[in-house]
Design a protein around this ligand. Structure first.
Ligand SMILES: Cc1ncc(COP(=O)(O)O)c(C=O)c1O
Length: 391
């Protein structure tokens, strides 16, 4: 690297250090992870032997890699079966699988965006959506979180022929829900497309017979012409990969125009096979989604008293799925608390700027299905003690 570049990197590192914002990859050591409130393996499927077996079989048949882009030689029968399984699970007409959820968001926003499309984005949208908005060269209007009035105003006053409203059904950091029926009404009124990222909802949300099938399945949004979904296969589905779900016409457009689909090696067949096994398990074992909600309520109950005592200005628990978040007074306090929890055998996420939409550092907890009542009691007692001691 040049001297000027090196000097700049050193200066950037010093700023991160001063602000308590240094990030380091968390290494998983294997074996007993302690009480895991950090991972997005919401249903406990990442270590399910049925997924491992499906992946092994796929490697035996197709090899370890997809070998090329989906358009060249990277599509196997597994990819196609996974696409129809995902469409069926979510109640959408069709699906297209990408190699990550990040690339699915990039693909759909760039393929639907452009100079003739206004994007109205919730301010809490995930980085992968934001990057897609920027790449798309659309005009982007960011509206306050879950603000229907501001969304309607932007749609009403637009000059572009097309508009895309971008939201997450359950938000990744706060864990709260988007008002989907009202957003759909706005989309219909203003001839807009509603793009819903189901990353934290698939496997967890859904009512009655649709439990675990996401926030959209079984509602008026499913297969609605104005609705497009994205999903990741790396959270509840315990695998890797992503998908865009919508009409067959949309799928055909993405195959031809989404650069993150066209110019990327296809999803590894083993990941497609594991995700496909997970789709079957989500359907057959709705108790997993129910367990997430039960565990989320127990975590809320176990930490609520402490949070009220803390008197934070930010509403702590508006949780709609597995994600809960505890606002902290500073990035350094969040980091200190998460390290102390880790030492005590409880893993929690530590989210600091720029990963928090409002700049408030947080501990992020995931109420995973396979936590036991003892895990939750221990985690709550440990976190109460640590948070009381954290300045
Ligand atoms: C809301 C949201 N969308 C998209 C993604 C990206 O998914 P993936 O990890 O499969 O790239 C994530 C996850 O990190 C997410 O939280």
């Amino acid at each position: 690297m040049s001297r000027s570049m090196t000097a700049w990197l050193e200066q950037q590192a010093a700023v991160r250090e001063r602000r308590g914002l240094v990030r380091t990859p968390m290494t998983r050591l294997g074996g007993d992870p302690g009480v895991d409130l950090a991972s997005n393996d919401y249903l406990g499927l990442a270590t399910d032997p049925r997924l491992a077996e499906a992946a092994r079989e796929a490697i035996g048949r197709w090899g370890t890699g997809a070998t090329s882009s989906r358009l060249v030689a990277g599509t196997t029968a597994l990819h196609l079966e996974l696409e129809s399984g995902l469409a069926d699970l979510t109640g959408m007409e069709s699906a297209l699988v990408f190699s990550t959820g990040y690339l699915a968001n990039l693909g759909v926003t760039t393929a639907l965006g452009g100079p003739g499309t206004l994007i109205v984005a919730d301010e809490h949208c995930h980085a992968s959506l934001i990057d897609g908005f920027r790449l798309s060269r659309s005009r982007v209007e960011t509206v306050p979180h879950n603000d229907l009035g501001a969304t309607g105003h932007q749609l009403r006053t637009r000059t572009e022929p097309r508009a895309l409203i971008a939201v997450e059904s359950i938000y990744s950091v706060f864990g709260d829900a988007a008002p989907l029926p009202q957003l759909l009404a706005l989309a219909e009124e203003h001839d807009a497309t509603l793009l819903v990222d189901e990353a934290h909802s698939l496997g967890v949300a859904g009512n009655g017979a649709f439990q675990g099938r996401g926030s959209v399945a079984g509602t008026e949004l499913a297969a609605h012409p104005n609705v497009v979904l994205t999903a990741t296969l790396s959270k509840s589905l315990g695998s890797q990969g992503g998908a865009v779900l919508g009409s067959a016409l949309l799928r055909e457009h993405l195959v031809n125009r989404a650069r993150s689909f066209i110019f990327d090696t296809g999803l590894a067949p083993s990941s497609a096979a594991a995700a496909l096994a997970a789709v079957g398990i989500i359907r057959a074992e709705p108790w997993r989604a129910a367990a997430v909600h039960r565990n989320a309520s127990s975590l809320t109950a176990g930490l609520m008293h402490f949070l009220q005592w803390r008197g934070t200005a930010v509403e702590p628990f508006q949780q709609a799925g597995a994600v809960q978040s505890i606002p902290m007074r500073s990035a350094a306090a969040a980091q200190e608390a998460s390290k102390a929890a880790h030492r005590a055998g409880v893993r929690v996420g530590c989210f600091r700027p720029p990963s928090v939409p409002d700049g408030v550092s947080r501990l992020r907890l995931t109420a995973r299905a396979t936590l036991t009542p003892h895990d939750i009691d221990y985690a709550c007692a440990t976190l109460r003690r640590i948070l009381e001691e954290t300045p």
